[in-house]
Design a protein around this ligand. Structure first.
Ligand code: HEC
Length: 130
């Protein structure tokens, strides 16, 4: 069972109708070709959407925080319910918490970046090391 304030539930309630491909989509195609909002592990790896540990730098969160999204609520002023404070917090806390995961797998990342060193700039791997 999904906890009421889980980020998945918040995104399902507020975003999936336009950004999740599948039966619950209320458009012909996902908006802006962003159609996997419920695949949390996928979006967590997309730096255009999520910067793990940094909600305020994450495109997905700032869209909500600035009240750009959900599009229907804030641009068309026509939606069933705006995101609640609890929804916003659930997404914030999730992104924040992803930073801890990154620290935990830091050793693995270091090994991977070493192995792929030809493709990864040394500056980037230095920055990621904490
Ligand atoms: C009613 C449909 C609708 C809902 C609901 C909705 N969006 Fe959007 N979303 C759009 C549209 C339309 C655009 C493109 C807007 C534009 O280009 O100005 C967009 C664009 C975006 C983008 C930018 C994508 C890019 O590649 O530039 C992000 C991020 C985003 N939405 C996140 C969200 C999040 C998070 C939620 C839920 C809190 C949400 N959206 C809810 C319709 C929606």
């Amino acid at each position: 069972m999904v906890h009421p304030s889980s980020p998945w539930r918040a995104l399902d309630k507020n975003c999936a109708r336009c950004h999740q491909a599948g039966p619950s989509l209320q458009r012909q195609k996902p908006a802006k070709n962003f159609g996997n909002v419920l695949a949390l592990d996928e979006i967590a790896r997309d730096p255009d959407l999520i910067l793990p540990g940094n909600p305020d730098g994450s495109g997905l969160f700032t869209q909500i925080a600035k009240k750009d999204m959900p599009y229907d609520c804030y641009q068309e002023f026509d939606c069933e319910a705006e995101p609640t404070e609890e929804d916003v917090k659930a997404v914030y806390d999730w992104i924040k918490g992803l930073g801890d995961t990154i620290t935990a797998v830091c050793g693995v990342v270091r090994r991977l970046t070493r192995r792929r060193s030809s493709r990864q700039s040394p500056r980037l791997s230095t920055r990621r090391r904490r």
